[in-house]
Ligand binder design. Structure first.
Ligand SMILES: CC(C)(COP(=O)(O)OP(=O)(O)OC[C@H]1O[C@@H](n2cnc3c(N)ncnc32)[C@H](O)[C@@H]1OP(=O)(O)O)[C@@H](O)C(=O)NCCC(=O)NCCS
Length: 306
């Protein structure tokens, strides 16, 4: 769905959307498609890319705020779609920071010896919780899914090791009313619609993002010069550019896909990874920073070697 297509739905313009957000188009799940069907497709693509099959996976973590059902977990639906009845699967819900939380969780399970190969998926159908009469929100979000496989291996405890080097997660529920869904099983008994005070979210975003990225650099003794790629949550071009500038990260090191996908919440980082690894930018051994901020608020950064 292009910005021009959205002009037929609400009173907006391609110019306004591009100028304020950088978004040019977003995808909307078709009839019969669900978060788990998108997640399954992403999972299969990641497994193919890794030369693995579902038999090689012992844990599936799906980051989503738009599950197929209140329960069972979308990760369990994806497990079933993959024909798996071994191992275990669960969802992580941290809105737009979901993928950063899920990668951190997968890494902790691997380090703790509870899993060897983890399929980490970010999958969303935000189109289903948008108020399509509200131009301040419906132009911003889209649907999609992406996935990676994390595998246990021995390292030397150095930043030259591959995998997750450090993770910094934060949340602060006092910001709840700035970005939330106005329904739920235990409050209204309905699914609800997304509500957001965009300007308020914008005010906090750059500061929160740069704080956790700085913490990741400090924890590993690395700097923005060492970084090969910043792969940010794709909410808004101005937030991405503002964060990179504040941290002295060169624009050519920043992966931007918000123009292609809009804000796909927990799916945005793995979609951006798929684009930048797929076109050959991100290569084995590269130092990659993932970061996100979202409803809650939640925010976080993961520094990893690809
Ligand atoms: C949402 C966002 C793009 C709005 O940009 P903004 O510059 O703050 O715009 P404002 O909300 O101040 O609105 C400015 C004007 O544009 C109008 N407007 C809002 N949405 C519009 C749209 N889709 N099309 C055209 N005009 C629109 C407003 O009504 C307002 O008009 P007014 O001045 O006559 O009252 C911006 O606040 C933002 O990006 N916030 C962060 C949101 C985000 O990324 N959330 C997800 C985090 S995970």
């Amino acid at each position: 769905m292009t910005n021009r297509d959205i002009e037929d739905v609400v009173d907006t313009s391609d110019e306004w959307i591009v100028q304020r957000t950088g978004i040019r188009q977003r995808y909307v799940a078709g009839e019969g498609e669900t978060t788990s069907s998108l997640g399954e497709a992403a999972a299969r693509a990641a497994l193919d890319n890794a030369g693995l099959t579902p038999a090689d996976i012992d844990l599936i973590i799906c980051a989503t705020s738009t599950p197929d059902n209140t329960f069972p977990a979308t990760a369990v639906n994806i497990q079933n779609r993959l024909g798996m009845s071994h191992g275990f699967a669960f969802d992580v819900q941290a809105v737009c920071t979901g993928f950063v939380y899920a990668v951190t969780t997968a890494d902790a399970y691997i380090r703790g010896g509870l899993a060897k190969r983890v399929l980490v998926i970010g999958a969303e159908t935000f189109s289903r919780i948008l108020d399509w009469n509200d131009r301040t929100t419906c132009v911003l979000f889209g649907d999609g899914a992406g996935a990676i496989v994390l595998e246990a291996s021995e390292g030397e405890g150095k930043t030259s090791d591959r995998g997750v080097l450090t993770a910094h997660l934060r949340s602060d529920g006092s910001h709840k009313d700035k970005l939330f869904v106005d329904g739920g099983p235990s409050s209204t008994g309905t699914v609800g619609k997304l509500r957001m005070e965009g300007r308020e979210v914008f005010k906090y975003a750059v500061g929160m993002i740069t704080d956790v990225i700085t913490a990741a650099f400090e924890a590993t003794g690395t700097t923005s010069d060492d970084l090969d790629w910043l792969v940010p949550h794709q909410a808004n071009r101005r937030i991405i550019d503002g964060s990179a500038k504040k941290l002295n990260i060169a624009p050519e090191k920043v992966v931007v896909t918000v123009d292609l996908h809009g804000n796909t919440s927990a799916a945005s980082i793995p979609l951006a990874l798929a684009v930048a690894a797929g076109d050959g930018r991100i290569k084995k051994g590269d130092l990659v920073m993932l970061e996100a901020m979202g409803g809650g608020f939640t925010w976080g950064a993961v520094l990893l070697r690809w």
